[in-house]
Write a protein of this length. Structure first.
Length: 124
């Protein structure tokens, strides 16, 4: 998503004068909002029970924040460590598996948070 926004911004740079850093921030914000909408859809459609929109929004927001923190932390780790010297060519695959593992844990925690938050709002 960020690549598409950056490509569109480079096309429109001649028409509208703005810096490339604005395109980078816009891409990150658009990616964040699309992930929030995606998790809202997942947390609203997949459960067997009917959930209100506010707990689903809060739960998806928490999930996306946790995934984004993990994404940037993994990026920092991979940029400052030399996995290829330690593990050889398989080091990048190990990093990818770690990111997938972390994301799956954060999605599960987000789903549990959504459930608990929804139950706490509905119970007297």
């Amino acid at each position: 998503m960020e690549g598409v926004v950056y490509a569109v911004s480079s096309i429109f740079q001649g028409f509208f004068p703005f810096s490339p850093s604005i395109a980078q921030y816009t891409g990150s914000i658009a990616s964040f909002l699309i992930l929030v909408l995606f998790f809202m859809l997942v947390y609203r459609v997949l459960p067997d029970t009917k959930l209100d929109l506010k707990p689903v929004f809060i739960g998806s927001l928490v999930t996306v924040i946790l995934i984004t923190i993990g994404k940037y932390a993994m990026g920092l780790y991979l940029s400052y460590s030399n996995l290829t010297s330690i593990y050889g060519a398989i080091g990048s695959i190990i990093g990818l598996f770690l990111l997938i593992y972390y994301s799956s844990i954060m999605i599960t925690i987000g789903a549990e948070f959504t459930k608990v938050y929804s139950e706490s709002r509905t119970s007297p």
